[in-house]
Ligand binder design. Structure first.
Ligand SMILES: Nc1nc2c(ncn2[C@@H]2O[C@H](COP(=O)(O)OP(=O)(O)OP(=O)(O)O)[C@@H](O)[C@H]2O)c(=O)[nH]1
Ligand SMILES: [Mg+2]
Length: 288
């Protein structure tokens, strides 16, 4: 599989922004994409934030397989890591987030009280890959459009504090990717779910990987979505032809409009048209 490449220059800047603000916050909220909790986790985060407490937030949980979301939360908690699942488009995740943040910070908060300090508001740094929903999560908690959001990576350019409750203030950040993916599947997953700009991606390869993944983990969904008899992921062009014919992605006199088929597939994958999907399963911890 081809390696996904991109220029990480602005990502180095994003990392610096996080390092600069660490001293000013109590806790880091690490947003992961609930559909790819491994690929969306920055392997350098531990090194960047050192021993700052961390709360894992599996965002876009509404798009993921509910059983897998529960498995992942169980896995993190059994391994001593604070974790919650959120849908940042609806509902009110605020009470749970504040409760979990207080649990993750209980030692510090207890020390403050011992020292006679008044109960104070918690400050959290919100970090994660581009397009994971950091700004939308903050808006949901704030109950207003305090930050700009959008369905492509790279929307947030500057840090911004947003008070979301008397007891909680959040710092929004630009998305961060890391300079190199050790596992090429990681780059592919991030590309598939929209965390790397489509303009710099080999989209045919990304879509081919997506078709293979869907065929492997969710057999039958491609056939159902595009009214096809049988999809053979090894015949990529044949699959695009079949989808293109079904969907009328044609160029007059020239056959299939492959570019349109590719965009259609990516749109469908990113917008739950194949149902709730999780591409990475939680490890089995040896406990039920
Ligand atoms: N279905 C669903 N969509 C979400 C959720 N959270 C965010 N989104 C959508 O995901 C897209 C990206 O959201 P943003 O909040 O702009 O993402 P971000 O992490 O701030 O992205 P950058 O600023 O580019 O790093 C938007 O279209 C949001 O509406 C969620 O929990 N569920
Ligand atoms: Mg943002």
């Amino acid at each position: 599989m081809k390696q996904i490449q991109w220029f990480p220059g602005h990502m180095a800047k994003a990392r610096r922004l996080v390092e600069e603000k660490l001293g000013l916050v109590d806790i880091v909220f690490e947003l992961l994409d609930a559909r790819i909790p491994v690929s969306s986790a920055n392997p350098m985060l531990g090194e960047i934030i050192k021993n700052k407490p961390r709360l894992i937030i599996l965002n876009k949980a509404d798009l993921a397989d509910p059983k897998d979301v529960a498995d992942w939360i169980g896995h993190f908690r059994r391994n001593g890591r604070a974790a919650v699942a959120t849908n940042s488009l609806t509902g009110d995740p605020k009470p749970e987030i504040i409760r979990e943040a207080r649990i993750a910070l209980r030692e510090q908060l207890a020390k403050d009280i011992e020292r006679g300090m008044q109960e104070r508001s918690i400050r959290a740094l919100v970090v994660g890959i581009p397009n994971v929903g950091k700004s939308q999560f903050i808006n949901r908690l704030a109950g207003r459009s305090a930050t700009q959001t959008g369905d492509k990576p790279g929307i947030t350019k500057k840090q911004q504090y947003v008070r979301v409750a008397d007891e909680l203030e959040l710092l929004d950040n630009p998305g961060i990717l890391w300079p190199k993916f050790d596992d090429p599947n990681v780059g592919m997953n991030l590309a598939l779910l929209g965390s790397i700009k489509d303009e710099i991606l080999p989209l045919e390869e990304v879509v081919q990987a997506g078709i293979r993944l869907l065929h492997r983990d969710y057999p039958g969904v491609l056939e159902a979505r595009y009214s096809l008899e049988h999809v053979n992921p090894d015949d990529f062009v044949g699959t695009l032809d079949a989808i293109g014919r079904r969907r009328g992605c044609l160029i007059a006199g020239h056959g299939i409009d492959y570019e349109r088929v590719i965009r259609l597939f990516l749109y469908d994958l990113r917008n739950q048209k194949f149902g709730c999907i999780t591409f990475e399963k939680a490890p089995v911890d040896g406990r039920v």
